[in-house]
Design a protein around this ligand. Structure first.
Ligand code: FSO
Ligand code: SF4
Length: 525
């Protein structure tokens, strides 16, 4: 079945995946089911807006909205039947809400190419991607019982508006508003994480292995990790983090578990070989899941919105309580321990609380010029060899420059020995991509302390790597905060039309990455 999708950085030829399957492994069938689901979600959003106008709110619709949007993010679901079933639920809910409101809400067009105007299509995709990322962040906050109805209302109202064709200028406003709401949802998630698990602290994380059998947990969901750690305590099975779960080691609540053994492996795209050599069961709590190899398929478990045919799924407890990981633990006990692929440690735990606690060291270093500049190299990693750019920039930046990072982009350089500046490591890792909020907060705080009126007067450059839609959310958040001259790579999004890209360059100075030495020179100027 032919498809068209251009929502991630690996869109074929940086144009779009339009064959029988995408570069991520998404087939035409899954793509069609996801296009239909997004259309259904917009219909439900319009119905929910109409219902709200007559005083009716529907919690189940809110939950469906968040789950459905998250499901369509790159590398979350490879289960076309599951996506279609979710679409059925969304459509049924849309009809009930519309009937309650006494409105007739019509279905929107299906698929991005249904919009004929290239610029409107581009802006619709930019906003839709931003809202998909918002939904992912909201999903994690809600898992910890942190909610904000105004964020759900924004997602609903904006998606409902995308059913129509408001003037171009309105789309630009909506993109900025999405940035504002993106800051709010990241703040909500930060509060949920730090209130539940404590403020991340500087931590040395083992990247080697121990002799006991282990379970590898990947993705971003801290609640899943918490439940797994509680259920594995005293069983003789160790727990290792993978990919974006690495920063969990820095939360006080997780440090209390002695069987949280270390971090195994690197960024998401290296999972095929790393899952093979891990030997034990693997749990994918969120993206990024890559096409599954038979060598570890029977050891792989999905949970939450992640799904893949023929891979075991750990369901939510029907009563909303604890997930049951006993089948994973039983399997782990029969598996050999993980095979070592690395040894040593990495240092992380530089969330906003920890960085601000170091202000008495960092501020004098900035004022004396010992720290000349910060370069934010947050975001995603991916398969493209062009991403070696980030390794080279990290390696070649002068030794008086500090790198601020978050997200899986850091795996391009977090194992290099880049040294420190007077005890301050040259790579300050704030956490998951979800924790990019920390970096924005640090910048705003620095601006306040240094008495600057413009965030762009700070000695900070932004050299961001993107892959999937949460990175678009972060980008919109930074643009909303007024950050100018962001470098984005390894390519600009395929969904940016020529005119929209030009507008972003004119208004915000957004530019694609160039060659490492030229970019370093430009950033230092
Ligand atoms: Fe990476 Fe994947 Fe965290 Fe993304 S694991 S790429 S932006 O899903 O979420 O940084
Ligand atoms: Fe292609 Fe990315 Fe869409 Fe997958 S998510 S089909 S790789 S554009």
């Amino acid at each position: 079945m032919p498809m068209f999708c251009y929502q991630c950085q690996e869109a074929l030829k940086n144009t779009g995946c339009d064959g029988a399957a995408g570069a991520c492994g998404k087939t035409g069938h899954i793509s069609a089911a996801m296009d239909q689901l997004i259309s259904d979600v917009k219909e439900m959003a319009a119905a929910a807006k109409a219902a709200r106008a007559v005083g009716v709110r529907d919690k189940e619709a809110d939950r469906l909205l968040v789950d459905a949007l998250f499901t369509t993010i790159t590398n979350v679901s490879f289960d076309d039947l599951g996506v279609a079933a979710l679409g059925d639920k969304v459509r049924a809910k849309a009809r009930r809400l519309a009937a309650t409101a006494g409105e007739c809400v019509t279905a929107g067009p299906v698929g991005v190419m249904a919009e004929p105007d290239a610029d409107i299509r581009s802006l619709k995709e930019l906003i839709t991607c931003g809202i998909k990322g918002m939904a992912a962040y909201y999903y994690h906050a809600a898992a910890l019982n942190y909610h904000d109805q105004s964020l759900v209302d924004f997602m609903n109202d904006t998606l409902a508006e995308l059913l129509h064709r408001p003037p171009l200028a309105r789309f630009l406003d909506l993109a900025m508003e999405t940035g504002r709401q993106a800051v709010a949802v990241m703040a909500l998630l930060d509060k949920a994480n730090t209130t539940t698990y404590g403020n991340p602290e500087i931590t040395r994380i083992n990247i080697g292995v121990r002799p006991a059998p282990g379970i590898l947990i990947s993705g971003h969901d801290l609640k899943d990790l918490q439940q797994l750690l509680e259920q594995t305590a005293g069983t003789g099975v160790d727990v290792y983090t993978h990919g974006e779960m690495l920063p969990a080691h820095c939360y006080p609540a997780f440090k209390m578990f002695p069987h949280l053994a270390g971090n195994y492996g690197n960024a998401w795209w290296l999972q095929p070989s790393e899952f093979e050599s891990f030997n034990g069961p693997i749990i994918m709590t969120t993206n990024c899941l890559t096409p599954v190899r038979t060598s570890y398929a029977r050891r792989l478990f999905t949970t939450g919105v992640v799904a893949c045919p023929d891979v075991a799924h750990i369901p939510d407890n029907p009563r909303g309580g604890i997930k049951d990981f006993s089948s994973v633990i039983s399997l782990a006990k029969t598996c050999p321990p993980p095979q070592a692929i690395e040894t040593g440690h990495i240092v992380a735990g530089f969330g906003h609380h920890q960085i601000l606690a170091l202000a008495d060291k960092i501020l004098p270093a900035i004022k004396s010029g010992t720290i000349k500049r910060f370069v934010v190299m947050a975001g995603c990693d991916g398969r493209s060899p062009a991403r070696n750019y980030y390794t080279q920039v990290a390696r070649d930046l002068p030794r008086d420059v500090v790198i601020l990072t978050a997200g899986c982009a850091k795996y391009r350089y977090n194992k290099l020995d880049l040294g420190d500046i007077g005890g301050i490591p040259r790579v300050l890792d704030a956490g998951q991509c979800n924790d990019s909020y920390s970096l924005a907060l640090v910048a705003l705080k620095l601006k306040e302390i240094l008495g600057l009126s413009d965030i762009n007067d700070l000695p900070i450059s932004f050299d961001i790597a993107w892959y999937e839609q949460k990175a678009v959310t972060v980008l919109l958040a930074l643009l909303y905060l007024g950050v100018k001259n962001i470098r984005l790579g390894p390519t600009l999004p395929a969904f940016l039309s020529v005119n929209v890209a030009r507008t972003l360059t004119r208004q915000f100075g957004l530019l694609p990455i160039g060659d490492p030495s030229g970019d370093i020179a430009a950033m230092l100027n």
